[in-house]
Each structure stands twice: as structure tokens, then as C-alpha cells.
Design a protein around this ligand. Sequence first.
Ligand code: ADP
Ligand code: G6P
Length: 478
Amino acid sequence: MANSGSADLVIVANRLPVDRVTNPDGSSGWRRSPGGLVTAVEPVMRANDGIWIGWPGTDEDVEPFHDQGMDLVPIALSELEIEEFYEGFANATLWPLYHDVVAKPEFHREWWDAYVRVNRRFAEQAAKCAAEGATVWVHDYQLQLVPQMLRELRPDLRIGFFLHIPFPPAELFQQLPWRRQLLEGLLGADLVGFQLPGAAQNFVRLVRQRVGHKTHRDLVYLPDGRTVRAAAFPISIDAEGFETLARSEEVEKRATEIRDALGNPSKVFLGVDRLDYTKGIYARLRAFAELIADGELDVEDAVFVQVATPSREEVEQYRILRDEIDRLVGRINGDLGRIGRPAISYLHSSYPREEMAALYRCADVMVVTPYRDGMNLVAKEYVACRFDNRGALVLSEFAGAAEELRQAWLVNPYDINGMKSALLEAGRAEDKDVVRRMKAMRKQVMENDVAAWADSFLAELAAVRPDHGKTVRPVKQL
Ligand code: ADP
Ligand code: G6P
């Protein structure tokens, strides 16, 4: 093909795995990008000599570069595109709409126009980089039009799409003025992957109702003779990598240091989230504070460590949330803490993986209570780090991970009393019960890691059109 590139595997995601940052001295550097998408997709890239196309988190033009064994092709977004495409359509329209309308989605036509323009730029860049017959794997809600745009430019490609966040029920999706365009955008892929089977079913039903294509089970038949498959591929983590890290002496030592610094309480509760209104941070901290106020827990003996990395700070809902949580933590510590014993240890920092593993090792109760979450990798990371079979997981029924981690203490995050009971039960559970639950969850996480996820997606993608395209190397083989 005259204008094809050289990569046999192209990952297209809104973010590159590294984010451009300005250091305090004014110089520029790179930092690992936030969120579960990067955690999951990075190991796939390392196993293949592909390239990753994405936004470097800035409006500066950055040349393609090589970072830790990965070829990265940056796409700059202008200030206006950051505002209208990223903060606007992606994070103030689609994000709340796809997460059960936990916050009210905003619909603006100029945001949609920016979404179309930016998606086209990503598609054009992918078309330039992909070799003939290559596999292009497009990721997440920011880029739902890319599959169709790319297919028009390069019909020779094998195109997969994976949605990392929930896909909403038809009743909510229908609110979107551009619902048909988004469905058609996704149908440019050969395989559309979701976290849960229910999401794939929602999608196929919507395609039948709104676009009018014939469907049968998980297949959509297009008028041009192409078949698109929609199926669930629950995402995971590099479970062995986390376990190895957790077993290291340094992490063990650091976990002890953290516990000492907290004053050696008998129970450490832990929450780790991006500061996002879908994560249920406010309600979980209230539940914990009420347990102290009720006398069920004592600040001399129990502490809640909440790590909350600021996220999407220019979006109003996120700013409001940050202020609300800052105020709540101040009030709880002011009312219930004692000198040297805050009820909540609240941190905005972003940590390296070693520090995360040490935190997981030191947490007796891990609290993951989103109102809605595609999967939630933090829950799986906690399980992978608990090779000692200790540690209790309190997990929202509304996180995708709850489908696999059935032995967690499952809670409804809207039910504060239910959460209080679960926190207490998990904190007071007998060793035997904790070990039994953790063993079962560990089996699930260790056997279904991110390599298995990527390999099953790529194998299915190859199977949709077996006669077409090159094969991508399985991640497991490495
Ligand atoms: P989301 O993708 O919505 O942020 P996930 O729980 O699926 O939620 O993924 C979050 C990822 O970000 C995990 O891999 C977790 O380890 C990482 N992470 C979360 N908070 C921090 C932090 N403060 N420092 C470093 N990594 C973090
Ligand atoms: C979630 C989304 C990702 C996103 C990440 C971080 O994991 O599924 O697509 O990259 O959050 O959010 P941000 O807006 O900072 O990229």
C-alpha cells in the first residue's frame, strides 16, 4: 500500500503511557500517565514491537520518541481542543453518561464538533503508521469514532476497539444527540470489546434498534458484508509483576515503615483512587467517620489512609468534588482526631508502583466503593499483592471487578449503613474467613492476568477475519 507505515501493531489511546510535566525549575520531563488504561495496555506494548499513538498531556508539539522499549507517537491537542474535546465531550458528556449519570452530562454541539475533529486526527495518524494488514487496537470512550474513520482510510487493516469504562443501558445512551454516529463509529472495528457481557449486549441491542443492522447473539451483520463481533473481555493487571514486587525486601520494609509512621494501629483501612466522583470517596469516608463517632472504632487503633490523585482538575464537577472532600476530611479530623492520631490520613500524591505495593501490603482492609466502575484495577492489584492470603477487600457491587471477586465483602455504595457494617465485619473477620476469601480471589486474579486479557482479545480479533491481516505475538509467550 502506497502510504502505509511500518508497524504491525498500533495502539491508539487518548493518552500516551507517559505524560509531559513541567518541573519546579521550569524544565520539562515525563511521568507515568494516570489511570487503569495505561496500567493494562503497557505490558501488551512491551511484548510487541508496536507503536502507541496518543496525547502527551500538553499542547506542545512533541516529536515521536522511544521510551522504555516503546515507540511513542504524540498527538498534540490545542488549548481549545483540550477544553472542548478532552474536558468537554470526553469528560463532561461521555464520562458521566457512561457511568450511570452519577453526575449530569452536558451536551454541547461545539464539543461534539471538536470530538469529531480530534478523532479524525488520531485516525489519520494511525493510517500513516500502520503497515499493510496490521492490527490497530483503539482504546476507550475518547476515540469511539476512530474505528470507522480508520476503516475508510485503510480497509486493509484489522481493527479492534476496547471500551475501558462501562457501556450504559440503552435508556441512558439514547439521551445522546449523536448516539447513531457513535454506534456507527464503533462498527468500523472488527471486534468491539467491553468489560462485561451486559455491556456487549446493550451495544448489540442499540445497534439493532438505532442503526437498523441485522444482529444475531454477539454478531452484527453490516450491509457491506462485514461482520462485527461484540464481546466481553474483563481487563486485568500484571498480577505476577505485582506479587513479585510485593514479595521484595524493600517493599516489605517500606510497608513496616508506613505502619510505624501511622502509629502502629491494629487496623489500617485503605482507599486508592483518582479523585473522581464515580469512585464514592465521600460516602466511604463518612461511613468510616460514623463508625468512630459511634464508638465502634477508635482512632487510637484504626486509621483510614485515603490516597486520591487529583484528576481532570479543569472540569467543574471534579473541582467541586475536591473541595467537598477536602472539607469533609478537615471536619472529620478536627472532630474525631487526637494529637498525632488523625482519623483519616489523606494524600494527593502520585506514587511509584513500589510504594503502591507497600501500601497494599500494609492495608488490613482495602476499601473500593465506586458508584460505577468499568473494572477497577486497584482491587485486583490489592489481591495480587496479598501473597500472604491476608487482607480483606470491601468492594462495590457496581465495580466490574465484583463479577470476578465474589468473595470480597460486597457492598452497595449508596447504602451508608450497609457500608458501615461491611467495614466493621471486614475489620473484625476471623483469620480463617479472611484467608479463605483471599485465596479464592487470588486464584481468580493470578490466573486471569492482563496477558490473558490481551491475548484473548487479539486472538478473537484475528478469528473474526482469519483470512485477513498479520498475527500479533501473544503476550504470554514472553
Ligand atoms: P481508573 O482507571 O478509573 O483510574 P483503576 O482502579 O482501574 O481506575 O486504575 C487506577 C490505576 O491507577 C491503578 O493501576 C492504580 O495503581 C493507579 N493509581 C491510582 N492512584 C495512584 C497513585 N496515587 N499513584 C500511582 N498510581 C495510582
Ligand atoms: C480511566 C479511563 C482512561 C483514562 C484514565 C485517566 O482509566 O478509562 O481512558 O486515561 O481514566 O484519566 P485521564 O483523563 O487523566 O486520562
